[in-house]
Design a protein around this ligand. Sequence first.
Ligand SMILES: NC(=O)c1ccc[n+]([C@@H]2O[C@H](COP(=O)([O-])OP(=O)(O)OC[C@H]3O[C@@H](n4cnc5c(N)ncnc54)[C@H](O)[C@@H]3O)[C@@H](O)[C@H]2O)c1
Length: 341
Amino acid sequence: MINVGIIGVGRIGRVHGESIARFVRNARVKAVADPCLNEEAIQWAKAMGIAETYTDYRKILADADIEAVLICASTDQHTPLSIEALKAGKHVFCEKPIDHDVEKIKEVLTAVGESGKKYQVGFNRRFDHNFRALRQAVQSGKIGRQQIIRITSRDPEPPSLDYIKVSGGIFLDMTIHDFDMVRFLSGAEVTEVYAAGSVTVDPAIGEAGDIDTAVITMRLNNGATAVIDNCRAACYGYDQRAEVFGTGGAVEISNDTASNAVISNKDGVTAEKPMFFFLERYMMAYAAEIDAFIEAIVNDTPVEVDAHDGLAPVLIGLAAKKSAAEHRPVAIAEISAAYGL
Ligand SMILES: NC(=O)c1ccc[n+]([C@@H]2O[C@H](COP(=O)([O-])OP(=O)(O)OC[C@H]3O[C@@H](n4cnc5c(N)ncnc54)[C@H](O)[C@@H]3O)[C@@H](O)[C@H]2O)c1
């Protein structure tokens, strides 16, 4: 049994705390830490069977019985916490993105290399049953040589403006999951990006310096072309679909719904809307990613989403940001070179 500490128990920290308590085979949460710990959070921890609650994460790092930490604090804390935790000899699971700043991600890569510890990044969609089946079909050769990868990723509602202002922008906050998915499904690398975006949901998002709607086209080094469409608001729910088209056929996945009941009557044929948002749609994927992280520690095998996988979509996101701002295709090599990569 691996003892785990969770640093940051806001939305996603609690998702992981709950999934470990309910679904993860070989781990238990020994302690949580959050500077904003209040009575409600302490009661939540108690309900999850977590005995120790701290306001200072250093108590977790100093606990020799804790082998692994989950970094679920706000994004600006990921790099310093990752480096400190690795230096304290802990295996680390870090929520996405590692950082918005490539220089800081490079520091994390160095710390991971020096520590010899496991470091997994929270790209939970790789562990979703639908996306895994899609990848399996592509990798097994059932659709032949890849030609087009198409991802639709639309949220049911935008986050708060306060969140938007510190999010790093739509490409680094939202599309980053889809950039990772392009790499995961194709097993290839993105070489060039062209992004076009606009504000169609809320003018306040534009005033905050961001966009809320985007289409991104990418060239891949396996010859395929990928296209992602994003919107911060879809009135019918969380829209998460994908298709890979190839010389031997096509494979697609659709949305998960609460049930597959289809009602046919004189007015037409109706079915359930997609599940509301990421907590509903991906709860089992969150559990599966932590289970995989723990099994990598138990069996001393490589993690499925490593620090390099954390860096790659940030480079793609920065290329997309530049492309949308300058209205031109941007090569990933242009971004990499700027950071000496
Ligand atoms: N993989 C996913 O699908 C997914 C979903 C949501 C959020 N996230 C990521 O998870 C991170 C947290 O997002 P959230 O929505 O849970 O935010 P949140 O604001 O709900 O929670 C963050 C918590 O971290 C705490 N915190 C800040 N600094 C800390 C520190 N030094 N030590 C301990 N705790 C600290 C805050 O007090 C807060 O309670 C973000 O990086 C976000 O990008 C990932």
